[in-house]
Write a protein that binds this ligand. Structure first.
Ligand code: DHK
Length: 154
């Protein structure tokens, strides 16, 4: 099955610095590398993805608001906004398809303030702790969620 609508793949603040920032936690792959891996996995699975990054909460909220009706699902690594942004959570709650929350590291092995996620209240599933591989894994998870929707065409 080829999904007609694309999947929106969002990345929050400082993820443009992947490959440079704390490689012991986030690995050596750049955002371009993980975007390429996500797109390749999506193509294998008959999905297309629109891959974006912003350091701005306002821009991310705007993109999520506009996604309703135009995207089949949202994969989001909200980065630090995971732990702070009720605005992003509220926007995600408006979206009408499945949401996969993604984190490169395992937040539960890190500082306590990273243990709380507002985004999880809107997410159907979470991919966390697989390092840069999580980007392709999240696409596999999204594909499964989309196939299990009652409206999915054969
Ligand atoms: C990325 C960040 O930038 C942090 O603020 C989060 C997340 C964790 C990640 O693991 O991808 O706490």
């Amino acid at each position: 099955m080829v999904e007609a609508k694309p999947v929106l793949f969002l990345n929050g603040p400082n993820l443009n610095m992947l490959g440079t920032r704390q490689p012991e936690i986030y690995g050596h792959a750049t955002l371009q590398d993980v975007g390429k891996a996500a797109r390749a996995k999506a193509a294998e699975l008959g999905l297309t993805i629109d891959f974006r990054q912003s350091n701005s909460e306002s821009e991310l909220v705007g993109w999520v608001q506009q996604a309703r009706g135009s995207f089949a699902g949202i994969i989001i690594n909200p980065a630090a906004f995971t732990h702070t942004s009720i605005a992003l959570m509220d926007a995600l709650l408006i979206f009408d398809g499945p949401i996969v929350e993604l984190h490169v590291g395992n937040n539960f092995r890190r500082e306590e303030f990273r243990h709380r996620s507002f985004v999880s209240l809107a997410a159907k599933a979470i991919v966390e702790g697989f390092g840069p591989d999580g980007y392709a894994i999240a696409v596999v998870g999204m594909s499964k969620l989309l196939k299990s929707l009652p409206t999915a065409l054969p």
